[in-house]
Design a protein around this ligand. Structure first.
Ligand SMILES: [Zn+2]
Length: 511
């Protein structure tokens, strides 16, 4: 261990967790040199939450210019950085994990010698070293650079939120190693990729084909047997000999298949994560020292994805705190639904089915009754139009209040019923009507639908144009039909009177 980094609180990570298996490899102790990624304190001791360290270098972060055109695909979820100055700080050692190996970045807090706390928004691996993105608030950039001068002592902390984030990432990452190992050894299914999705969504592994329910159940059972046994996890570290490292196999599509070091890694360390008796896998992530507490839940289905020539599938999984969150939220959903339906949770599917069925029958009945009502209204309209005197075209406005989801549909049903009974009606001069429908309770954003229909294209168009210009109804039409929408409160003593005046003027040929 580095002599210059003092542990403030004892960690619970067993001393056998981190094993340097090369006699020539050591964790650098010179506080002016930065410990390479692969040997960082967060990788040696994943349960450590505070660490004293020193600044090696600090520069002002310059955000890279947005690449033109297609955005590069992000491998893992990373926080969006706020606007404002940010420092890129390299420390001698750190417990803030820089994103890599499918595991997202940690966040954390750095306390400087003057007792100032600085938020670390993310950490990234540049070549072989971890770079902390430190937010500058309340002080000018020059003072901030001064505070982070080379050699300055600092304390690095995973505060509660950062620790919860990390613990969740570790739980999901270690579970993924276990899951991928079992899929490979028991079903010959290689993991093509995996995604540590943002909390609380389930993570997934991508595999070459879908799995049956029995296969999923058997893998889950086997995984949980190892969890029950509390299989130990440890890490073996050696120098990286690039000459013997094989590149990752690639698929026909050209996609690399897991398990190789990133091309730009220059840390010089090779790290194997071992689950006792189950798996050995090169990985830079932080892993829990044991499988205990990592009950694995596999969502009992796979999503099939078709990509060009190949078809793959996603198997979703949950473990650790994310599994508890999932159980809590699904339980809450279920009990809330049960309470709405006034039944016990096991009866929810049956009751929902019943409600859906009743709704379907209700909708059918409403359709039938609307048809019947539309015919009655149409008959009434014809009678009123027939009673109109004089040589002018008989006109009529009918306004309704209706909370139907589709009020225009009902107005159309009335106009259809009207055209059905017209041949038997005594309307030698034709007719012109306006139908309108407002919600029962109106506000300034309420919409009243308006339908104009008649026997003369020209009169219908003139009425529509007048509704547009005089009432602000937005709409249009063709032939003997015009429809539109009025937004606002439709008042009988204002809008109804305006419509009546429009109809009168049109029928008398004044507009
Ligand atoms: Zn890994």
């Amino acid at each position: 261990m580095s002599g210059a980094t003092a542990v403030l609180y004892p960690s619970q990570t067993p001393s056998t967790y981190h094993r340097i298996v090369s006699s020539t490899l050591q964790v650098p102790t010179d506080t002016q040199a930065s410990v390479p990624v692969g040997l960082l304190a967060c990788q040696r001791d994943p349960l450590l939450r505070t660490l004293q360290s020193h600044v090696v270098s600090c520069t002002v972060s310059k955000p890279p210019a947005e690449p033109a055109g297609k955005k590069a695909k992000k491998a893992v979820i990373a926080p969006t950085l706020p606007k404002g100055p940010i420092l890129e700080v390299v420390l001698h050692d750190t417990i803030i994990f820089p994103e890599g190996g499918g595991q997202p970045t940690d966040t954390g807090v750095i306390t400087t010698a003057d007792n100032q706390e600085w938020n670390v928004l993310q950490a990234k691996r540049y070549g072989g070293h971890a770079v902390h993105f430190v937010q500058v608030k309340d002080v000018d950039i020059e003072t901030a650079l001064q505070t982070f001068h080379s050699g300055a002592p600092v304390t690095v902390l995973l505060d509660k939120a950062s620790w919860n984030r990390r613990y969740d990432h570790m739980s999901m990452h270690t579970s993924q190693h276990l899951l991928s190992a079992l899929l490979e050894t028991q079903l010959d299914l290689p993991t093509l990729s995996w995604s540590l999705t943002a909390h609380p969504a389930p993570c997934y592994v991508e595999i070459p084909r879908g799995m049956t329910g029995e296969e999923i159940a058997s893998i889950q059972e086997c995984a949980n047997r190892f969890v029950f046994e509390g299989r130990k996890v440890h890490v073996e570290v050696t120098e990286l000999d690039k000459t013997v490292e094989q590149p990752a196999p690639t698929l026909e599509s050209g996609r690399a298949v897991g398990k190789a070091l990133p091309d730009d890694y220059t840390g010089g360390v090779k790290r194997i994560v071992v689950i006792d008796g189950v798996d050995r896998n090169p990985c830079c992530g932080t892993h829990l020292p044991s499988l205990h507490n990592l009950q694995l839940f596999l969502l009992p289905h796979t999503d099939t994805l078709a990509r060009s020539a190949t078809t793959t599938a996603r198997l979703y999984f949950l473990a650790g705190p994310r599994l508890i969150t999932h159980l809590t939220s699904t339980h809450t959903l279920l009990t809330n639904t049960a309470s709405i339906l006034s039944c016990g949770a096991p009866l929810v599917p049956e009751r929902v089915n019943q409600v859906v069925d009743e709704r379907r029958r209700g909708d059918k009945r409403v359709d039938a009754l609307e048809g019947e009502l539309a015919r009655l209204i149409a008959a009434d309209i014809v009678q009123k139009l027939g009673a109109a005197h004089g040589g002018a075209v008989p006109v009529l406005h009918l306004h309704r209040s209706d909370d139907s989801a589709n009020p225009l549909g009902f107005l159309s049903a009335i106009s259809m019923a009207l055209s059905d009974i017209l041949p038997n009606a005594n309307l030698a001069n034709g007719f012109l009507i306006v139908l309108s429908s407002s919600p029962l309770t109106q506000t300034v954003s309420s919409v009243t639908v308006v339908l104009v229909c008649g026997t003369d294209d020209k009169l219908v168009k003139t009425s529509g144009d007048a509704l547009k210009s005089k009432l602000g109804v937005k709409g249009g039409g063709k032939g003997t039909r015009w429809s539109g929408k009025y937004t606002g409160v439709w008042k009988a003593e204002r809008e109804n009177i305006a419509v009546d005046e429009i109809l009168k003027s049109v029928s008398e040929g004044r507009i």
